[in-house]
Write a protein that binds this ligand. Sequence first.
Ligand code: AMP
Length: 281
Amino acid sequence: MNIVSSVVEVRAQVKKWRSQGLSVGLVPTMGYLHEGHRSLILRAVAENDRVVVSDFVNPIQFGPSEDLESYPRDIEADALLCEGAGAHLVFHPAPEDMYAPDFCTYVDMKELTEGLCGRTRPTHFRGVCTVVSKLFHIVAPDRAYFGQKDAQQLAVIRRMVRDLDFDIEIVGCPIVREEDGLAKSSRNTYLNAEERRAAVVLSRAVKLGRSLMENGERKASVVLAAMRELIEGEPLARIDYVEMVDAVSMRPVDEAHGSVLCAMAVYVGKTRLIDNFIFEG
Ligand code: AMP
């Protein structure tokens, strides 16, 4: 397995594979890889002849007061995980390899990016769409793999691929969780022992919301009130949002019909964590 930092090297490698008739999968990540990322890589390895993992903390998807500087990084451990999972190439560019000093072209989506995480993080999805577009152009994969953990991101990428005619299949993968239910996340390392215990409240709210809906409840106000009440019972937790939206348009719904997404962002101490479930009505 190779680790490369330049766009030119990635293109040369992919060109070689293409000339041999091999299919290519891409797993975009910000590194500090865990079992959640590994599940995406394993799926990509199973479905493609060659797999590229991008490992890049993308500065333009962080807001000015967010955790860009402190975001955890460990390329050596990441390389071991990628190799163990069967990836063929890790693309690990420096910010200056991706963004020229006079970089000024962005992919900016409306509507789907305005609610949920987009409300608290108004420039986040512009950064995500821009970097994912660049990765799609650099690697030109047949398939790209994203986690359902970032449900709004997955919906945004699907829409971007449709709207901008990327010839790439987007594969959504289920949320991988810790034993107690907490969704695996690179940001979980920010939690101290007490916060780590409190953080389980997100997945408990997911379980509660899902079971209410499985038992026939369809009113968003009822499901969300129960989830909010549970989270508010945890003194270390502070809700950013808990919402029910249409799973494709990301528009809020009053009642669940078809496929809906129940998503939340909750601060545990200073750490902002997300979790969600999809309910097919
Ligand atoms: P990140 O490095 O946090 O940007 O995540 C890279 C990719 O891994 C995204 O598509 C995430 O949705 C996915 N991912 C992160 N955590 C998990 C998890 N616990 N389960 C499944 N996928 C995940």
